[in-house]
Write a protein that binds this ligand. Structure first.
Ligand code: ZN
Length: 269
């Protein structure tokens, strides 16, 4: 038997196990990482370097609860997440709500069809000169890319620069699916429909499947073009990350350097 020389530099293979690892986050861009950079560069870099770790919040756990139901791993998720339960072993009320959300969506054929694809499919690709990783909630080959969102209130609107926007624009879900669509196109040669399967947390949950127009996805990809070089420079340590001064990370690591004036307390966004 001949001995094969293995290269010293191990090739990194992205899997479900290492998808959220420090190494994966350093090697690849992801949409959530880019959103971190747009929120606060110092915070984004602290997360990438492992200096700032966030515990999952209750809304995040509710999302994961419903995600794991569709993935078929709910029992495993429950056994690995003791914070879902009260001392007497029963589910906390937030997760009882997650159960009622699941029962609600189970009765909607359209919703279940959207969520019937392959779960948590990982792909990688190159966009704007860097490597990206994506992980899709429900990937229906040749048809659609679907992302599941459990939101506070589906029909809440907010304002940006005087324009009304839905939760989709507010939380950058159109940017997220715009990137997914491009990476899937590179891997398969097909431009697929991009859908948000959304359900909210009202006592009687509102529910809808929202098809995001291709023009909106393209617009978001084009907008990112203008912001991406700065993000790449900061991530590659070629530019100093700027602190936003107001996020959790900035407040936790703030050092007082000088006296300020009352006007300095008024932050213009
Ligand atoms: Zn900050």
């Amino acid at each position: 038997m001949s001995t094969t020389k293995t290269s010293k530099k191990k090739r990194f293979k992205l899997t479900n196990e290492n998808y959220y690892s420090k190494e994966a986050n350093q090697r690849y861009f992801s949409v959530s990482q880019v959103k971190d950079f747009l929120k606060c560069e110092a915070y984004a870099m602290a997360k990438i370097n492992g200096e700032w770790v966030e515990e999952p919040t209750t809304p995040m756990l509710i999302g994961s609860y419903v995600d794991s139901y569709f993935e078929g791993t709910l029992e495993e998720f429950k056994s690995k997440t003791p914070e879902l339960f009260k001392k007497d072993g029963s589910l906390k009320s937030d997760y009882v709500k997650a159960e009622s959300i699941i029962r609600r969506v189970e009765n909607e054929e359209l919703f279940m069809n959207c969520m019937s694809g392959e779960k948590q499919v990982i792909m990688t690709g190159e966009f704007l000169g860097v490597q990206w990783k994506i992980k899709m909630d429900s990937y229906i080959p040749h048809q659609a890319i679907v992302d599941l969102k459990v939101v506070q209130k589906l029909r809440d609107i907010s304002y940006k620069n005087g324009f009304r926007q839905s939760f989709i624009e507010k939380w950058g879900y159109d940017l997220q699916l715009g990137i997914y669509q491009e990476i899937v196109r590179q891997n398969t040669g097909e431009v697929l429909d991009c859908i948000i399967a959304a359900v909210d947390k009202q006592d009687y949950p509102d529910i809808d499947c929202i098809l995001i127009p291709n023009e909106q996805l393209e617009f978001q990809r084009n907008q990112l073009l203008f912001k991406m070089q700065r993000i790449i420079d900061v991530k590659n340590y070629n530019e100093e990350p700027r602190r936003c001064g107001v996020c959790d990370y900035c407040r936790a690591t703030k050092k007082l350097e000088k006296l300020i004036l009352p006007d300095d307390l008024i932050v213009f966004n």
